[in-house]
Ligand binder design. Structure first.
Ligand SMILES: Nc1ncnc2c1ncn2[C@@H]1O[C@H](COP(=O)(O)OP(=O)(O)O)[C@@H](O)[C@H]1O
Ligand SMILES: [Mg+2]
Length: 367
């Protein structure tokens, strides 16, 4: 895996059960995956030379994030190495403008958007679609960094003044945010998890409920949409498709991730096969595991570093006092807003499991 963060760490954990030896390429051996025992290759995600060293040691290369040198991956593929997802599929996760325009051209419902170079063009876009508008970094954004809601030309100019490549899109009224998580093998076989309801605070995912508490027909359409996208972009491995449900119950595609995704974390305990295990199985072209749930509902709450320094490890025993709480710590140092881990609770009732998960998360992160 290129990248050694928490997604690589949890994939490594799934690899152990399948007898797979995980190698990870990342700059620092103290990152979450090598710290947990994945074999460490030193190098950054744009270091093509380092890709070569990794490729020589493994059967297949996959990714834990999208900020990877795609040209370097293309050359690995040309030289006969197995790279899954393909660089072509990865492009949909790397470049939000490319994703919007290509998925739009394919007929998928995306928000109105436009490529822009200056504030005049943003003002023109807003004159058609109304303020506020959303400015998005074309690439490199995550956890809401690179997403700005702006209500005036001056605000828009201030964002552009920070530099970088931005696109503008219409502000979508959101009733519920969801994600569809799908595993897809190279031959096209897919396994799709129940729709996940996601809650974002300031652009960062804070909690999930699987299955989403939404209308059955909307859920079925979301699954259909997600699997159609997986097929259209010919992804291999896990694909997460983030979607908005508008107050009129319309589905709008937000973004796609071609890798295990935060919205799939509840699958570790909540599903027969976790997204991490299915990612490995899909990448290796092995039979996929069941995505059926192990209980009626699963809720996950992310452990985000609070404003005050609290080490989740120091609160662990207090959180574990609730025997139903599954704690996942990523081995990362505290920083405000940083994802340090997550907790999952499964059970019969969404409100109950969510309450337990929130309680444990508060214990682990709040002073
Ligand atoms: N066009 C939009 N209209 C309304 N809210 C949006 C829009 N685009 C993004 N958001 C909000 O911002 C969050 C982060 O945006 P996203 O494009 O998913 O960026 P990131 O890559 O940081 O996850 C979304 O989950 C959603 O809550
Ligand atoms: Mg997102």
């Amino acid at each position: 895996m290129i990248g050694g963060g928490q997604l690589a760490r949890m994939t490594h954990r799934a690899a152990i059960d399948l007898g797979i030896t995980m190698h990870v390429l990342c700059p620092d051996k103290h990152e979450p995956a090598p710290a947990a025992g994945a074999i460490w290759h030193q190098g950054s995600a744009d270091d093509e030379q380092a890709f070569r060293g990794l490729a020589a040691a493994v059967d297949a290369i996959t990714l834990d994030h999208e900020l990877v040198n795609r040209d370097g991956l293309e050359r690995l593929v040309k030289d006969g190495y197995t790279v899954r997802p393909s660089p072509a599929a990865l492009a949909f996760a790397q470049d939000k403008l490319f994703a919007r325009s290509t998925l739009g051209d394919m007929g998928f419902p995306v928000p109105a958007f436009s490529e822009i170079d200056d504030a005049d063009q943003i003002e023109t876009f807003a004159s058609h679609h109304g303020w506020p508008v959303v400015l998005k970094a074309r690439s490199g954004g995550y956890d809401g960094r690179g997403v700005e809601l702006v209500s005036s030309r001056d605000d828009a100019q201030a964002v552009l003044d920070r530099g970088g490549n931005w696109l503008v899109e219409a502000f979508v009224p959101i009733a519920t945010e969801i994600a569809v998580v799908i595993a897809r093998r190279p031959g096209g076989q897919t396994a799709t998890y129940p729709v996940v309801e996601t809650v974002q605070d300031d652009g960062i995912c804070v909690e999930l409920v699987m299955p989403a508490r939404i209308d059955d027909a909307v859920a079925a359409s979301a699954i259909e949409l997600g699997t159609s996208i997986a097929k259209a972009i010919e992804v291999t491995g896990i694909l997460a498709v983030e979607m908005f449900i508008t107050p009129k119950a319309e589905l709008v595609i937000n973004e796609v991730a071609t890798r295990p995704h935060n919205s799939g974390h509840a699958t570790i305990e909540g599903s027969v096969t976790s997204q991490f295990s299915n990612h490995l199985r899909a990448v290796l072209d092995w039979p996929l595991g069941s995505t059926a749930m192990t209980s009626a509902v699963a809720a996950t709450v992310n452990l985000l570093g609070g404003d005050q320094h609290v080490e989740p490890t120091e609160r662990l025993q207090q959180a574990l006092a609730d025997p139903d709480v599954h704690v996942h710590l990523y081995g990362k140092g505290w920083r405000p807003g940083r994802k340090l881990g997550h907790v999952t609770v499964t059970g019969d009732d969404a409100d109950t499991v969510l309450a337990s998960a929130r309680r444990a998360a508060a214990v682990l992160t709040q002073p």
